[in-house]
Design a protein around this ligand. Sequence first.
Ligand SMILES: [Zn+2]
Length: 157
Amino acid sequence: MHELMATQAVLDAATARARAARGESARLREVQLELGSLSGLTEDSIRFYWEMLTPGTSAEGCALAVSIVPGRVRCRSCGRDEPATESIAICPVCGSFDAAIAGGGDVAIVGLATDGGPETHAPPIPVVVLPHGHEHPDPIASGRAGGAPGEVPIGRP
Ligand SMILES: [Zn+2]
């Protein structure tokens, strides 16, 4: 159901933007989506739920243009910035866990068009996507970032 909720969030955000720009009666004609390959969502599932959710709404018949943003991981141990195919922040070069997703983790609406025309100056709208299973800090992950357990980081207020 993760994909369903994310697709609903895309639809809600696009509808809100269209109404803010063109009024309550605005109809969505096209939504351009940037889909990170590490977001946990696939183009197929978003399209599937889009077709399920949009009939009867102001986005009925709205085209969905999806561009895939490749995943990248940046490593703080060896300094490399590498393509990544899995949404786990482990350096593919040195294997360090001290790495972070540097791209492809997000979903954003980067453009949309209504029956009034394209909304060309709209800034990207990030769509909040919770990575599945990572809502709570992993005790192993939080302990491996350096420092002894219970150590208070210096410089923290
Ligand atoms: Zn590394």
